[in-house]
Write a protein that binds this ligand. Structure first.
Ligand code: FES
Length: 183
């Protein structure tokens, strides 16, 4: 079996056993990214906890996407990878590292992993802003585009579909791919 077929097989395996798909109602932060290459979008939710060493680590990560099969597969394996990582450790992960369980992606699919990386970074930045907001009186200057104001609150941000219909959609570049697997 060649590399292409190996990759396809791993993607199909990941799709058949998707992990962490869906909104997280008690998330601490949420981030969204859109791909300039294909117009697809992906949203990621993060929930943190304190580990046995007192570090604030990711407890759970979930995602939702209007994206291709590769993006879904990468998000599925990436959200598994993130559990137990600090925000900095997660921030240091490249799209390639997030997709590593699937193997090397071909050049035309690298942006699919970057979509996952972008949503993760957006969520981490939103989470960092929340942390700062709690401790820094000057934090009003911080722009928090997408976050939960507090744990337990449902995300106040628009749904992924609303995002597609509004701002990004007005660019005329967004391609909406409704995946039956997400319904
Ligand atoms: Fe758009 Fe893969 S083709 S994310």
């Amino acid at each position: 079996m060649d590399n292409h077929n190996n990759l396809q097989a791993r993607i199909q395996d990941a799709l058949a056993a998707k992990r962490n798909l869906g909104e997280m109602s008690d998330a601490d932060s949420v981030g969204t990214a859109g791909s300039a290459d294909c117009g697809d979008m992906l949203r990621m939710w993060l929930k943190f906890r304190e580990d046995e060493h007192g570090r604030r680590v990711i407890d759970r990560a979930t995602f939702q996407t209007f994206g291709c099969e590769t993006a879904i597969a990468v998000a599925s394996v990436a959200t598994e990878l993130l559990a137990g990582k600090t925000a900095q450790e997660a921030m240091d992960l490249s799209g390639e590292e997030l997709a590593a369980p699937l193997g090397a992606l071909p050049p035309m699919k690298i942006h699919c992993a970057q979509l996952v990386e972008g949503a993760l970074r957006n969520a981490l930045e939103a989470g960092a802003s929340v942390q700062l907001k709690k401790t820094d009186s000057l934090s009003t200057a911080i722009a928090v585009s997408e976050l939960n104001a507090s744990a337990g609150a449902s995300p106040a941000s628009p749904t992924l579909l609303e995002n597609l219909r509004s701002g990004l959609n007005s660019s005329g570049k967004v391609k909406v791919v409704l995946k039956s697997s997400l319904q």
